[in-house]
Design a protein around this ligand. Structure first.
Ligand SMILES: [Zn+2]
Length: 411
């Protein structure tokens, strides 16, 4: 048994081990077949071999079949550390094992699969996304294992496949085929987004709806507008009135979000006529909608269609709508969920940062968990270099995040 101070000290002593393990693990490209890659299984086996040498209580695979990869399976690797108090619900940390391709190699200052260390900064593909969550959670467990200290609750580190292209073979598969693993009262952390202070505990997301709007009028010479119908003018008039109406109709507000209300922004506009002296008979415009979870995006689209019909009748134009993207928000994790409080306390103790629950874009494994009725939070202290050339992460953040996870394991 070791106290928190001793355990923090042993985490601080892991710098060499972290660099060594990260060099080995991150040298294995683990890229989805959709991106013409492979390698998740090799990477998972490498991690499993290291984990077994540390003495985890259980190491199990929940693989999903996939004929497209060499192993014919996509790995979902579960590392378990038994807790001392069976009455406490387990804590789960989901890190994804896959990475995105490096992209244009000329934009990298060196080989993306060869970890470089420059002072506090490590550079390699996957070192932040999602290496930081993966290594920080594992090294928190290592500190416990080495000192013979049991966590108070079961610690479940799940290394999942396929996050970067939608999680069908990872998180979605696990929820579909192995839902019984996950208890309703368990604690779920997804260390896959955050800011450089570690101040954001993501608990909610908005729905995203991108609408393409085509407006049809009648093309004519610009000197005789009464002989035609200006589709560009009608589209602009409609959008201005629609903008106000949407904000009035969907007023739900929550300061937890960076932009605290729904947004309905007319954005992209396709080119219409190439010359100045023709009134366009057709116009194409897009609206980027970020809708508060209180509303159903399909209902918002219906309202837009209904208003367009009325407007079109009076203006002599017709409209056509389709959605380019439609992603319905999962129900938010309550901001007063016990896990949020535990994480706040841990972040304050380790980093001296006042973290608070926020709503953002979403798109991580947490959204899939929330949709399955499992409240989850997304947190990490990250440099935000994911998917970039020269992706990097700070060793000090690896150590700090490990100490934060350690506190969650011990509470
Ligand atoms: Zn990620």
């Amino acid at each position: 048994m070791a106290g928190i101070k001793e355990l923090d000290d042993s985490i601080d002593g892991y710098v060499k081990d972290i660099i060594e393990m990260a060099s080995e693990v991150l040298s294995i490209p683990a890229i989805a077949p959709e991106s013409d890659g492979d390698g998740e299984m090799e990477k998972a086996k490498c991690v499993a071999r290291i984990a077994s040498s540390w003495g985890f209580d259980r190491i199990e695979y929940y693989n999903s079949p996939d004929p497209r990869v060499a192993a014919k399976e996509r790995p979902n690797l579960l590392l378990t550390l038994k807790g001392s108090d069976p009455a406490r619900p387990p804590i789960w940390i989901f890190s994804h094992i896959d990475v995105v391709p490096p992209g244009d190699l000329n934009k990298w200052s060196a080989d993306p699969w060869k970890l470089r260390v420059e002072g506090d900064r490590m550079i390699a593909r996957g070192v932040e996304d999602n290496g930081q969550g993966l290594f920080a959670s594992m090294f928190a467990a290592k500190a416990l294992l080495e000192s013979g200290t049991r966590p108070r609750r079961d610690v479940k580190l799940f290394l999942v496949a396929d996050e970067e292209v939608g999680s069908a073979k990872g998180m979605v598969y696990l929820i579909k085929q192995h839902r019984e693993l996950f208890g309703d009262g368990d604690l779920y952390v997804v260390p896959d987004a955050g800011d450089p202070d570690g101040a954001m505990i993501e608990v909610a997301e908005k729905s995203i709806m991108w609408v393409k709007m085509r407006t049809f009028g009648k093309q004519v010479h610009a000197s005789v507008p009464s002989k035609g119908v200006n589709a560009n003018l009608a589209a602009m008039r409609f959008l201005v009135s629609l903008y106000d109406e949407l904000h009035e109709r969907y007023p739900d507000m929550d300061d937890m979000y960076d932009h605290p209300i729904s947004s309905f922004e007319p954005t992209k506009k396709e080119a219409n006529v190439p010359n100045v002296n023709t009134i366009p008979g057709e116009d194409v415009q897009y609206i980027d909608c970020r809708i508060m979870p209180a509303y159903d995006p399909a209902e918002v689209l219906e309202f837009i269609r209904m208003r367009a019909l009325e407007f079109g009748e009076s203006a002599g134009v017709t409209f056509e709508f389709c959605t380019v993207q439609m992603e319905k928000a999962a129900p938010p994790t309550p901001a007063d969920h016990p896990l949020v409080g535990m994480l706040k306390d841990a972040v304050m103790e380790v980093y001296g940062t006042e973290a608070k629950p926020v709503g953002i874009g979403g798109g991580t494994c947490a959204a899939i968990l929330r949709r399955a009725g499992l409240p989850s939070v997304v947190w990490g202290r990250l440099e935000d270099t994911a998917h970039m050339p020269d992706e990097s992460a700070l060793l000090s953040n690896y150590l700090g995040d490990a100490k934060v996870f350690l506190r969650l394991f011990l509470s």
